[in-house]
Design a protein around this ligand. Structure first.
Ligand SMILES: Cc1cc2nc3c(=O)[nH]c(=O)nc-3n(C[C@H](O)[C@H](O)[C@H](O)COP(=O)(O)OP(=O)(O)OC[C@H]3O[C@@H](n4cnc5c(N)ncnc54)[C@H](O)[C@@H]3O)c2cc1C
Length: 449
């Protein structure tokens, strides 16, 4: 590889992976560094969280994606910082030099300064998050069944989802769906169909980035699935077993957080200005001011076009940005060091937005064309399966989906790890499962059958 330019890519999410794929055939040596050994297809995380799919079906080993490219090296490591003057990436174990650097470390949850809420209200960003949500949701039903079977008074199962963006909407809709269909006949002492699903949104409508008619339609579709939606409702406190909205305490068996996104903290290590969400302010060509050899892309970048518009934090934006910087690097290397050609600005091509809500329920916005319901859901389904990495995964997910559509089955209903659910007292202490919620405060009666 001597003599070849070395491109280091931090993060093998949508941005990093597509940059690497677009560069893999060029005369460069690529090093991809990710803290995980796999790429996660985040749009289907909610399916893992709600037991519809298994983790392996929505993830792909990074190493196997680049099996056929000898010039692509994959390192599983945590990037801890950068020395931009010496062109060095620091990882937890070593230092790696580069000629070009692409930073695509993505985003994480934001609890708006209340990080202590995370223990009571997990968010959904990683496979680990999805498995923790799945554990809590399934455990809640088991604990309630055990409590009821022991003759104890059973509290209502109240699931509260905080945040009415696409993730909150799909989580709430799918929770309603599994409690009413997939689990409906599997318990003997409780009636899962009476689970109360509450979606809290701080703004005046759900899916605020969509057109108003689609927000209205999404809310109606959620209602039809059995979700109670409360808009203009700001959560002021989350504690084990409850969320607070001002003076109102809402008992919650499981709380899920889908309200805030913050850029990866790695962005601040680049020494460039960041916006309020921690996104790195990049130039029109997605490079760092004063460092044309360093690019920041995807959810970590704040890239404004000439009209001051920023691409949304979605997979197509990260993919397009990854391909764009790969092209810039390739053309620059081909033109040679003497070339003084000016780089073009990045332009985001908005192909439309889709949000799923549940079985045969979704909204889609393609410019002026707005679609709701089954057709939107079908488009969502095919587009998401199409973009999954790997033929095996696509086939598996398609079969799983078709099967669960016909049978209402959800095959990944495994509770693994701890049997502790925040907000429930340990059953071992008194021989029976006892909820800490005050039944008098129940917002919906989920009484035993
Ligand atoms: C639940 C959920 C649902 C979504 N649904 C949709 C959808 O339906 N449609 C859509 O278009 N978009 C959706 N998105 C958004 C989309 O997934 C993101 O916009 C996209 O993943 C951003 O790509 P990225 O490359 O910037 O970051 P990511 O894909 O997040 O990748 C970042 C990578 O960086 C790695 N990394 C981070 N920090 C470090 C470090 N310090 N050292 C080493 N590695 C590191 C991570 O392990 C990860 O692999 C969804 C997101 C979530 C969380």
């Amino acid at each position: 590889m001597r003599g070849k330019a070395r491109v280091v890519i931090v993060g093998a999410g949508f941005g990093g992976l597509n940059a690497a794929r677009a560069l893999a055939k060029a005369q460069v040596q690529i090093t991809i560094i990710d803290r995980k050994n796999f790429h996660t297809f985040q749009p289907l995380l909610y399916q893992v969280a709600t037991a519809g799919l298994s983790p392996g079906e929505i993830a792909a080993p990074i190493r196997s994606i680049f099996r056929g490219h000898d010039n692509v090296e994959v390192l599983m490591s945590e990037v801890t910082g950068f020395d931009l003057d010496r062109r060095i990436v620091h990882t937890s174990e070593t230092e790696i030099t580069y000629d070009y650097l692409i930073v695509a470390a993505g985003a994480t949850h934001s609890y708006f300064g209340h990080d202590d809420w995370e223990a009571s209200a997990p968010g959904l960003k990683t496979i680990e998050d999805a498995l923790e949500i799945r554990r809590r949701v399934l455990l809640a039903f088991e604990l309630a069944e055990r409590q009821s079977a022991a003759g104890e008074t059973t509290s209502a199962l109240n699931f509260v989802v905080v945040g009415g963006g696409p993730t909150g909407v799909e989580l709430a809709g799918t929770l309603a769906e599994i409690s009413r269909y997939a689990l409906a006949h599997d318990f003997r002492s409780i009636d899962p169909a009476r689970t109360h699903i509450l979606l809290l949104e701080g703004g005046p409508r759900v899916l605020p980035t969509y057109a108003e008619d689609l927000s209205r339609s999404a809310e109606e579709q959620l209602n039809r699935l059995g979700v109670e939606v409360r808009t203009s409702t700001l959560v002021t406190l989350v504690e084990p077993g409850a969320v607070h909205v001002g003076d109102t305490r809402i008992p919650a068996t499981v709380v899920l957080w889908a309200a805030g996104v913050a850029a990866s903290p790695l962005g601040t290590k680049l020494g460039a200005p960041v916006d309020r969400a921690g996104r790195v302010l990049v130039q029109a060509d997605l490079s760092l001011p004063g460092h044309p050899e360093v690019f920041v892309i995807g959810d970590l970048a704040s890239a404004k076009d000439e009209e001051g518009k920023m691409p949304p934090g979605v997979a197509p934006a990260a993919i397009q940005e990854g391909k764009f910087v790969a092209k810039v690097i390739r053309e620059e290397l081909e033109a040679g060091p003497k070339s003084n050609s000016k780089r073009p600005p990045f332009h985001y091509w908005d192909k439309g937005s889709l949000a799923t809500i549940g079985r045969a329920a979704a909204v889609a916005q393609f410019g002026r064309i707005h679609i709701s319901g089954f057709v939107a859901w079908l488009s969502w389904l095919f587009i998401h399966i199409f973009f999954l990495i790997g033929f095996r995964n696509r086939l598996l997910v398609f079969i799983q989906w078709a099967w669960s559509y016909v049978t209402y089955e959800r095959g990944a209903r495994l509770i693994t790890g701890s049997t502790y659910l925040p907000g429930w007292s340990a059953p071992e202490t008194n021989g029976a499962v006892t909820a800490v919620h005050n039944p008098a405060e129940e917002i919906h009666s989920g009484a035993p059958k």
